[in-house]
Write a protein that binds this ligand. Sequence first.
Ligand SMILES: C[S@@+](CC[C@H](N)C(=O)[O-])C[C@H]1O[C@@H](n2cnc3c(N)ncnc32)[C@H](O)[C@@H]1O
Length: 386
Amino acid sequence: MNFIICEDIKELSEKVKKLSFSEKKNKDYEFSKITARPFKGKKGVFWQLEKHRNNQVFHLNLNEDEFFSWLTTEGRQNFRQCCLTAEGTTIHYTVFPDKTKRKVTGNEVKKAQSPGHNKEKSYILKQGENIPALVDLGVFNSEFQVNKSKYDKYKQINRFIEIVDDAFGKLNKDTVTILDFGCGKSYLTFIIYHYFTVIKGVKAKVLGFDLKEDVVKHCNEIAEKYGYKDLKFYVNDITKGEVYQDNVDMVITLHACDIATDFALFHAISHKVPHIFSVPCCQHEVCSSIKKGGDLDLLLSHGLIKERFSALLTDSIRAEILKKCGYEVDIIEFVDFAHSPKNLMLRCKIKKAQVPDLSEIEELMKKYKFEQKLYELVKNDKSQGM
Ligand SMILES: C[S@@+](CC[C@H](N)C(=O)[O-])C[C@H]1O[C@@H](n2cnc3c(N)ncnc32)[C@H](O)[C@@H]1O
């Protein structure tokens, strides 16, 4: 099956979201466009084809072998354009009879690994690896295999580490200091510590903060049990003031509830922390305050849409404020929606801290009458001469 699209799909594996075919080559071919999406069935991965003919849509499910066979024959022969959408990457193919041209937007697909490679190998944290704290936290069983009920969490922390690795893997630093706000049961906090100290061999100081006393106590006991002397947990309400200020390299949050994310982002901004990796959680502030007031009213007419729109608006405003404060910001899909619906990550790197111009955001807020915590915190700080 020597066809570049098949090779890219295999390489990107679970990151692939859909494949869209358009511009048919042969006018007698009955379908004008076809979209294919992978899904997990009981017997492995399947692909659903959505075929468009005039105003009708037909569906066909194929197993993976059948799909690759369809792709290299019918798909290849009948369409000139194909677009592969994957997490972090979009690839446009122009299919000629004798060659296929390809243009990548986003991350380049890594060089193909040997055939039949095990997908597990691409994870930084591998099953079977001796990470004892993950056993205590219930992510691994005693054989260091992922407990089924924690598979989503395992995927999330792996992906988080992968993203941190992209930013920090090549940095020549001997020590790092990291704050995790709203660390909860602290799967990520332990793994960040493991990643830096064991995998990268870097001296890491990692501090986790959470409201819950019992959880913080439990995490400190596990850290002590394994002699992780620079991994510490504190009972702390992030909305109530200062925590830690010295030379912090990175602030992380993973689903820190509601405005706790805003306070964590503000902490990073006001202390000029160079790296922020923040996956926000539910957010209610904008949704409960926003009113109709202009061109976007259509998005505020139905409760469900209003809620989703408000969540997107919140994260867009957070990203914009971070940019205005001097950060380079990407919003990336953190994990597949199926693994967590709260799946956006704000990935930020400081360029040059600056006093933000918030006027555009203010105009929008004035028009739609909503409140947003990060704006409020930065605005007040700015007036004190940030
Ligand atoms: C959904 S949990 C996420 C926990 C963890 N980061 C994870 O992904 O497994 C959110 C955590 O944020 C904590 N939290 C909420 N508000 C907070 C605040 N104001 N200060 C500190 N922690 C807070 C909660 O106690 C809870 O443990």
